[in-house]
Design a protein around this ligand. Structure first.
Ligand SMILES: [Zn+2]
Length: 467
């Protein structure tokens, strides 16, 4: 943006100073200065004509005098640079009503812009661009401006940058200031405030739909399911009437909600059985979910070898039986899912087979601790080779219909010491508890959350049963 309040005498002084050389030539050109004064005048008239307030008239007077003086001083014809005029929308004219330059002005980043173009537009020199960009890591952020972002700035009467303000994101603002020609930068951090929120839902159609009714995002629904991933098979075991409740964090910035935080405590009632979990950060600063008794929610085996988020959109609870009930006949569980759905290792282990037969199709067998083997059949594609180590949850292949399979599905087997067991009912190895030495600390930290969840649940059920 252009300065409109130069005194003509100042210009002359100014031009004699070497300092002025720092400004691009077009700014110092007398025609242009006259042009600027005149364009301001035009704007001022446009702005002030429907407005009877006295101040704009004063400004018009001042500018008039200035323009007259300019015309006298230079005695030259006047041209108004059109491109400059178009760069100055009347709505963003803070300068006209203010003789001090130390007010914030703003410039929007346009498509194809960079700091050089913007500085040129607002009348700052290439040297100032360089000084700002190369100052430090903070100001290097200005190399990545995006259209629509706003640069706020202050300049002195000699068109030197005094302050620059740039919003990096909702939380951080970059501030650049110049003191005695010495530039410095800082990043101002706004503090995010966390508040505890409560949500409760009952499943009618699907877990995602219930989450939506409870005003939760899909991400939060997945976070909730992840907590209970070792206890509940979210693909096969979810039923209409199952319910959940949870305490979670909401993030606020200056009073406005900007997002959600983690789940602090949750309860899931699956087919009448209650599962509770509470978040706890141990003395080693490791955060995890535990039962109210202090047992880790994480266990050696996930309940289901497929992630429910890939499945539940395909299967509505009305037809809640993706399982083909042939457990006794073929000693495995079938999960119907689309071809390509990722299959995850139920537990950490080693790949003891990754191959193909006419009956199994493409298959992977995993060896785990305590004599447990898990088997995954009919894959469209295998993702691990023999003898490879896998972590729990790692993708080992993709659902398909290779081998003896009528439709795409995962055939999953759980074998303990050579005996096929039903993975949904087999007793799994005990979960790791909170260290004995910090059990008291665990109780002190988690009891308030659990009691808060319980009392919110009690209020909620009272509302439901109230006549
Ligand atoms: Zn099967």
């Amino acid at each position: 943006m252009i300065k409109h309040d130069y005194k003509p005498q100042k210009h002359k002084e100014f031009m004699r100073k070497p300092l002025f050389n720092r400004l691009p030539g077009w700014i110092t050109h007398p025609y242009l200065i006259i042009g600027m004064a005149l364009s301001s005048l035009t704007l001022a008239i446009i702005l002030s004509s429907p407005d009877p307030k006295p101040e704009p008239a004063d400004i018009v007077d001042t500018i008039n005098k200035e323009a007259a003086e300019n015309a006298l001083t230079y005695g030259t014809p006047i041209s108004i640079p059109l491109e400059l005029k178009s760069d100055i929308p009347p709505s963003s004219q803070p300068v006209l009503a203010n003789t001090s330059t130390k007010t914030w002005q703003t410039e929007a980043v346009k498509k194809g812009d960079n700091l050089s173009k913007i500085f040129k537009r607002i009348g700052l020199s290439p040297q100032q661009v360089h000084a700002v960009i190369t100052l430090d890591d903070n100001t290097a952020l200005l190399k990545h401006l995006k259209p629509g972002e706003i640069i706020s700035y202050q300049t002195d009467k000699d068109n030197n940058l005094i302050k620059l303000k740039y919003t990096i994101d909702i939380q951080r603002t970059l501030l650049i200031s110049s003191n005695n020609n010495e530039l410095s930068s800082q990043i101002e951090n706004k503090v995010i405030e966390y508040r505890t929120a409560y949500a409760q839902g009952t499943i009618e159609d699907s877990l995602f739909a219930a989450g939506k009714n409870a005003k939760l995002t899909d991400t939060q629904v997945m976070q909730l399911a992840n907590i209970f991933d070792w206890d509940i098979d979210f693909i096969l075991d979810i039923r209409k009437g199952d319910s959940f409740s949870m305490l979670y964090l909401e993030k606020f910035l200056e009073g406005e909600k900007i997002g959600n935080g983690e789940i602090l405590a949750a309860e899931f009632i699956n087919q009448g059985k209650s599962f509770k979990a509470v978040q706890y950060t141990d003395i080693n600063n490791k955060t995890s979910y535990y039962t109210p008794d202090g047992l880790s929610m994480r266990k050696a085996f996930l309940r289901a070898p497929l992630k429910f988020s890939y499945i539940s959109s395909n299967f509505k609870p009305k037809r809640f039986h993706p399982i083909l009930k042939r457990w006794k006949a073929h000693r495995g569980i079938d999960y119907r899912a689309r071809t390509g759905t990722p299959i995850r290792a139920a537990g950490a282990g080693k790949v003891i087979a990754s191959s193909y037969t006419r009956y199994n199709g493409k298959y992977v067998f995993l060896q785990h601790g305590q004599g447990i083997v898990t088997k995954y059949l009919h894959m469209s594609r295998r993702a691990v080779g023999r003898n490879k180590r896998v972590t729990q949850g790692q993708v080992i292949g993709y659902v398909g219909s290779t081998g003896l399979a009528e439709a795409p599905h995962l055939h999953y087997e759980f074998v303990v010491n050579g005996v096929h067991r039903n993975p949904r009912t087999v007793k799994l190895p005990q979960a790791k508890p909170v260290a004995k030495t910090e059990k008291d600390r665990f109780t002190t930290k988690t009891a308030p959350l659990l009691s808060q969840l319980a009392s919110r649940n009690a209020v909620k059920s009272k509302q439901y049963t109230a006549p």
